[in-house]
Design a protein around this ligand. Sequence first.
Ligand code: KIV
Length: 266
Amino acid sequence: MNKKTVLTILEKKRLKNKITMLTCYDYVTAKLVSSQDIDVILVGDSLGNVKLGYENTLPVTVEDMIYHTESVKRGNNGALLITDMPFMSYEITVEDAVKNAAKIIKEGGAEAVKVEGGIEIVDKIRAISNAKIPVVGHLGLTPQAINKIGGFKVQGRTEDKCSKLISDAKAIEEAGVFAVVLEAIPEQLAKEVTHCLKVPTIGIGAGRYCDGQVLVIDDMLGMFDDFTPKFVKRYADLSNIIKTAVKNYIDEVRAGKFPQEGNVYK
Ligand code: KIV
């Protein structure tokens, strides 16, 4: 598989080729996903919700992100590997931000990091980027700000909020991000941001005009059904496939039908 890099992603915007991104948190899934020529794998801090069972992403640590990145790295064949910087690993000081980004790259093996926020974190973005670490931004619904924004709601619905989001996008581009994730914003606003920026936008619940799309793998495979946002398309129904397989196994063991002759050592 051709190795995808930051340059591949930038080139895709220039050529108007859509960028494909999915989250992954483990070796097996990364192996399956990268076998299909995906452009980018994101080790998202959504792992807090879908893998660790937290109510939100706030408890996720740098160590959690490194542990899962290492596992994904071993399964990845060719995709650009980006890892989220978790809540409070980059907000406090520029030094913390660079140190934690470097830890994720050196120990986890990620090739880039993603941070949530706009103008208020441009100093951190600039410092991480100056330290030779590629950075992706994340605007709109930023789950690490859940307590401030008061829930998982569509963002950028008023004129003020639209202008703020556009200014944030321009500011983080100027600070050095090489792509921007846009989450849960109206399609027209995402279109405008995509038009304004030289770097690609990657949408999740941001409509059809972004330069690429990202989904949480557990949502699109129908594995995680605690809550399914409107923007998710389910490409499979793995939770029912798993439940049926587990039920069949239990029934067969109880009925003495498994193991059979072919499953035993002579
Ligand atoms: O944590 C995550 O999975 C993300 C995606 C939703 C973009 O940030």
